[in-house]
Design a protein around this ligand. Structure first.
Ligand code: 5GP
Ligand code: ZN
Length: 113
């Protein structure tokens, strides 16, 4: 989608600091980090949110989740990390392109805000 900021970032039309990339996904540093390490993982295919996924997205979703530990290891998050997928208005989603937040290098609180 040409008017979607994360589609444009994934296509390298808008600059970002990369953390990982393959044929299906792109991971880049969040512009407004909420932890010492804060990267986003997005599918290159436009999917609006977790709520808009279909069974056809199963392999892609599995790929995204299975890559988390690799990306976390590459970023030195051996003490652990937090994975978040904000979804919809109440979920605090502000960018309408599915993304995983991967946060680390600090101790996380629960419950989240
Ligand atoms: P959400 O609130 O939708 O879960 O997360 C969107 C995230 O995208 C926010 O953490 C925000 O800082 C980040 N973000 C928004 N626009 C940009 C951008 O242009 N570049 C980067 N690197 N991050 C962005
Ligand atoms: Zn998009």
């Amino acid at each position: 989608m040409s008017d979607c900021i994360f589609c444009r970032i994934a296509a390298h039309e808008i600059p970002s600091k990369p953390a990982y990339e393959d044929d299906l996904i792109y991971s880049f540093y969040d512009l407004d980090p909420q932890a010492p390490v804060h990267v986003l993982i997005v599918p290159k295919k436009h999917i609006g949110s977790l709520d808009e996924t279909t069974p056809e997205d199963g392999e892609l979703l599995a790929h995204m989740l299975l890559k988390v530990k690799e990306i976390a290891a590459s970023l030195g998050l051996e003490k652990g990390y937090r994975v978040v997928i904000n979804t919809g208005e109440d979920g605090g989603q502000t960018v309408h392109h599915l993304h995983i937040h991967l946060l680390g290098k600090r101790s996380m609180n629960w419950p989240p805000g």
